[in-house]
Design a protein around this ligand. Structure first.
Ligand code: FAD
Length: 429
């Protein structure tokens, strides 16, 4: 009889629990440790920020569904993981022991690395629903009193898709409100070029996104390092290809939303052998920590090596399908260990992403994530907007019914030639 604990109930943690449950025997125990009982669908936050979604449309209470699936839910959150003692210390002082631990705690948002950045400072965020709801008030104030807008992603950021999404969604919302003509817009990014996305581009994302910016009268600054933010003013250093200072920009704004850099959460950060210096959990290709062999990690909290040097540092994004591939591999690998076998499943980590622009969008598939690739495809069109809505409805349904991957989803993705796993069972050499 084994006890598996999943830490974190976000996009990775919830489906991790569902897939793990399918793999466990009758006598095995499964516990999820979360912060509160609510699941929040992060990819909808850019819509929340412009008033196209409300909180109740993108959140699910997990109490009933976890109970129905026989999964214990502890909602007080973890204070610290003690991997050498196989236990998680909870915020109320209790401790929970485990045989296997899956860490799915997502990112901590490193706003504090830049003076004045973030919702406690002078810029908005869409990383959490509370931030998005606060940003909505700022958008309403912008519509009432139009002025310049600065959107983007700072040095060390890895999540660029949502910055582009929010840029174009806000642009569309401003057009709809008939104030776009009074709102100069600038995109400020650590990426070396527009459409790099932390992936050195996918297909022609450079051309597609630059074209969209030109078509929507949006200026941009790449290789940008945000030095600090004051009320209504962003101080930006633009670097050249050799990372030397090329130009300083003083950017006045009436509204700004900047994606921060991510780091691992406090409950795991600084644990020798478990994390890299930024607090991301070190994993091998089986999602397993090399030091603490009964600890696995999935999602944004898992460490992924960067792509290569860029003048301003950028990270590699971890997107939904890639996270699902980590989850499936982890569930199967823990099941193997419980049967006394060695882990053999490797997540494909393919990047498959839909970036909605409000009435159109850009989609891409990078397979594998790091170039050169077997599939390096991007496209744009109105269909992306509807596909993103479909993704939202479908994912939330999955969370509500408590099943990770119904048959038709598997079928649809396989028919596109996109697999979540590359098994090593048949590897030779
Ligand atoms: P999260 O979903 O953030 O979940 C982590 C969970 O861990 C949270 O619920 C948190 O409360 C919990 N936690 C943290 N610390 C503790 C603790 N000490 N104890 C207990 N629980 C804890 N990807 C896509 O594929 N498509 C998209 O359209 C897309 N849009 C995005 C939009 C935005 C604004 C952002 C920020 C990301 C987007 N992503 C998208 C990327 C990625 O899919 C999401 O960030 C996703 O939510 C990451 O899943 P996760 O499980 O790693 O982290």
């Amino acid at each position: 009889m084994a006890h598996v604990v999943v830490l974190g109930a976000g996009l990775g943690g919830v489906i991790m629990a569902y897939e793990m449950k399918d793999q466990l025997g009758r006598d095995d125990r499964l516990t999820v440790i979360s912060q509160g009982s609510t699941y929040s669908f992060v990819p909808s936050n850019p819509w929340v920020a412009v008033g196209w979604r409300d909180r109740d449309e993108v959140e699910v209470d997990l109490t009933e569904v976890m109970g129905r699936r026989g999964i214990a839910l502890l909602t007080q959150g973890a204070a610290r993981v003690h991997p050498a003692e196989n236990r998680v210390e909870l915020t109320d002082g209790d401790s929970l022991g485990y045989d296997y631990l899956v860490i799915a705690t997502g990112p901590e948002l490193a706003f504090d690395e830049i003076p004045g950045l973030g919702p406690a400072g002078h810029t908005e965020s869409v990383c959490q629903i509370d931030h998005a709801l606060k940003a909505r008030q700022a958008v309403e104030a912008l519509v009432a009193k139009p002025g310049p807008v600065v959107i983007g992603a700072v040095q060390g950021a890895s999540c660029f898709g949502p910055a582009y999404e929010f840029l174009f969604i806000l642009e569309k919302a401003l057009r709809k409100a008939k104030v776009r003509d009074r709102v100069p817009m600038t995109f400020v990014t650590a990426e070396p070029y527009i459409g790099h996305l932390g992936l050195d581009g996918v297909g022609d994302t450079k051309g597609l996104l630059e074209g969209q910016m030109r078509a929507h009268h949006i200026k941009w600054i790449t290789n940008a390092r945000v030095a600090s933010v004051d009320a209504g003013m962003m101080h930006v250093e633009e670097l050249d290809e050799d990372a030397a200072l090329r130009r300083r920009h003083e950017l006045p704004f009436a509204f700004s939303m900047m994606l921060p850099a991510f780091r691992g959460v406090a409950a795991v950060r600084g644990i020798e052998g478990l994390c890299n210096p930024r607090g991301f959990i070190l994993v091998d290709r089986f999602q397993r920590n090399p030091t603490f062999r009964n600890v696995f990690a999935v999602g944004v909290g898992a460490a992924i090596p960067p792509l290569g040097p860029t003048p301003v540092p950028v990270g590699v994004p971890k997107t939904g399908f890639m996270i699902e591939s980590m989850v499936t591999a982890t569930a199967m690998n823990i099941a193997s260990l419980l049967r006394g076998e060695e882990p053999a499943e490797v997540g494909t980590w393919n990047a498959f992403c839909l970036a909605d622009f409000g009435d159109g969008g850009v989609a891409f598939i990078a397979q594998p994530q790091i170039p050169p690739r077997n599939v390096n495809w991007s496209s744009q069109g109105r269909w992306v907007h509807y596909a993103k809505i479909g993704f939202e409805k479908y994912f939330l349904r999955k969370i509500r019914i408590g099943k990770s991957e119904p048959f038709y989803e598997r079928l649809a993705l396989r028919s596109l030639g996109i697999d979540k796993l590359k098994s090593t069972h048949h590897e030779t050499g």
